[in-house]
Write a protein that binds this ligand. Structure first.
Ligand code: FES
Ligand code: FES
Length: 161
């Protein structure tokens, strides 16, 4: 069954006709071209598909798009700063060498963003917990954790959201 819905994504409202079974990850990637959000396992096991829905880190491969009506969705494309500069979390990932193949990176960045939005000065354990569902096959996690620690310090100093 097709239905017309509106989704608020990165501060812009999109009017769409979708099936009630369409997953958020597929709507983002295939209907809207927001391919920053990655689809890895498609089963809730890797968190490559993480976006924020009303501030909460959310697996878009397990979320029906229709359930997101009236909510605020943020994808990795929505992190760009005025003028298009990278968000401090993205910058820290680049500077720390926390990216190799990059497939996990948008999900990692969105999990980190959800953490730092609520807890600007997390402990090491809190950082590890926040990304505990995000799988990375390349980096060994150490540089990712360091990048989030640096991003937290930068964001607190610059008062960046
Ligand atoms: S693609 Fe969603 S958890 Fe793996
Ligand atoms: S950088 Fe390749 S999976 Fe994480």
């Amino acid at each position: 069954m097709k239905q017309q819905i509106s989704l608020d994504i990165n501060g812009r409202v999109y009017d769409l006709v979708i099936s009630h079974r369409d997953l958020l990850v597929d709507v983002l990637r295939k209907k809207l071209g927001l391919t920053g959000t990655k689809k890895g396992c498609g089963n809730g096991d890797c968190a490559a598909c993480t976006v924020q829905v009303d501030g909460e880190p959310t697996l878009s491969c397990l979320t029906l798009a229709i359930s997101c009506q009236g909510k605020k969705i943020i994808t990795v494309e929505g992190l760009a700063q005025p003028g298009g500069a990278l968000h401090p979390i993205q910058e820290a990932f680049v500077n720390q060498g926390a990216i190799q193949c990059g497939y996990c990176t948008p999900g990692m960045v969105m999990s980190a963003k959800a953490l730092l939005d609520k807890n600007p000065k997390p402990t090491l354990e809190e950082i590890k917990l926040a990304i505990s569902g995000n799988l990375c096959r390349c980096t060994g996690y150490k540089r990712i954790i360091e990048a989030i620690e640096i991003a937290a310090a930068t964001m607190s100093a610059q008062e960046v959201k």
